[in-house]
Design a protein around this ligand. Structure first.
Ligand code: GLU
Length: 329
């Protein structure tokens, strides 16, 4: 018997859940329900400054309203507790200790201005800015001691040296075959100067320890995947690397990523406008490519016919016409 598949939805509670987040939640829920797998909810509130506890409560309420239940996570079974990143700091510290012991970390003293001054190389992983040049990797002990007097460093993960022509490849369940230059974005930050663990580190540790087999998320995170794969390997979890599927984003009518400026498209505000959960689920299924014509449906109605192959590979533009389906006018 194949082992049980495990997927997750991992929202950051810095704002209200909007249509784009709800689409990802629906697709990852469907992927697990169609596979008789386990669906897990993890709250990515590692950035305490941006996260708001009341938003976590609202997200969970919105998910329940949409009919997207979770088997593991807050308020459900908790075998991998805790499910809030803010309560998992010790696990991230342990992972860093292991990387440190392998000689795979180094302090970086570069200022913001220095980082901005570094010209972008052609294979940069755009989501985290210009690729890092590795300047601090080459500092001598004396240089480090000298710079440490003036600045608290961040910590960077030293990417393993591999020949430039040896590409990092993986098959994405939605976006198809992917190839990245392994050194692409350069050595990346795993702990910021203020002590906060980075998204890349936290998500890798959590997905590995929570035994996630299937990651489905927005394709703005596609180019984070090579970094996470390299962390899996460096932490000795190479056998456990999940399957990845990156779904295209929803865009506003102006072609930019759907955001507050496109109007309040939060689930909370749609709810208070009287939009029904079946309308919203049918709409999300339609804009994702799961159904050809818009019709009200429950999430459960979509399980039997769900496959990743059906999903659109192009972003969907939420224009006035698409919104009128939601509002029924
Ligand atoms: N917390 C991230 C977000 O809300 C998602 C991280 C992930 O799925 O890897 O965008």
């Amino acid at each position: 018997m194949d082992s049980i598949r495990r997927g997750r939805f991992a929202p950051t509670p810095s704002g209200d859940m909007h249509l784009g987040n709800a689409k990802i939640a629906l697709l990852s829920w469907l992927q697990m329900r169609a596979a008789n797998g386990v669906f897990l909810l993890r709250i990515e509130d590692i950035d305490l400054q941006r996260s708001r506890p009341e938003k976590s409560v609202q997200i969970m309420d919105d998910l329940r309203w949409l009919g997207l239940d979770w088997d593991e996570g807050p308020g459900a079974l908790e075998p991998h507790s805790p499910y809030f990143q803010s309560q998992r700091l010790e696990l991230y510290a342990n992972a860093l200790n292991r990387l440190e012991a392998e000689g795979l970390l180094y302090p970086c003293y570069c200022s913001r201005a220095e980082l901005h001054g570094i010209a972008g190389a052609p294979h940069g992983l755009a989501s985290e800015g210009a690729p890092y040049s590795g300047a601090c990797r080459r500092l001598t002990k004396t240089d480090r001691a000298e710079r440490a007097r003036r600045k608290t460093p961040s910590l960077r993960f030293a990417l393993p040296e591999v020949p430039q022509d040896q590409l990092l490849c993986f098959q994405d369940g939605i976006a198809g075959a992917q190839q990245f230059s392994p050194g692409g974005g350069g050595d990346f930050v795993v702990r910021r100067a203020d002590g906060m663990y980075s998204y890349q580190l936290a998500v890798t540790v959590d997905d590995a320890l929570m035994e996630i087999t299937d990651v489905l998320r927005g394709d703005d995170l596609l180019d984070s995947t090579p970094r996470q794969i390299q962390l899996y390997r460096a932490l000795g979890w190479g056998e456990q690397i999940p399957s990845f599927a990156h779904a295209p984003l929803l865009l506003g009518a102006d072609g930019t990523r759907l955001a507050k400026r496109h109007g309040d498209l939060s689930i909370a505000s749609l709810r208070s406008d009287g939009v029904l959960p079946t309308t919203l689920i049918g709409w999300l299924a339609y804009v994702s490519g799961l159904i050809d014509h818009f019709e009200p449906l429950t999430a459960s109605d979509l399980i039997a016919e769900f496959t990743l192959e059906k999903l659109h590979q192009e972003p969907f533009v939420v224009n006035v016409q698409a919104l009128s389906l939601l509002y029924g006018n």
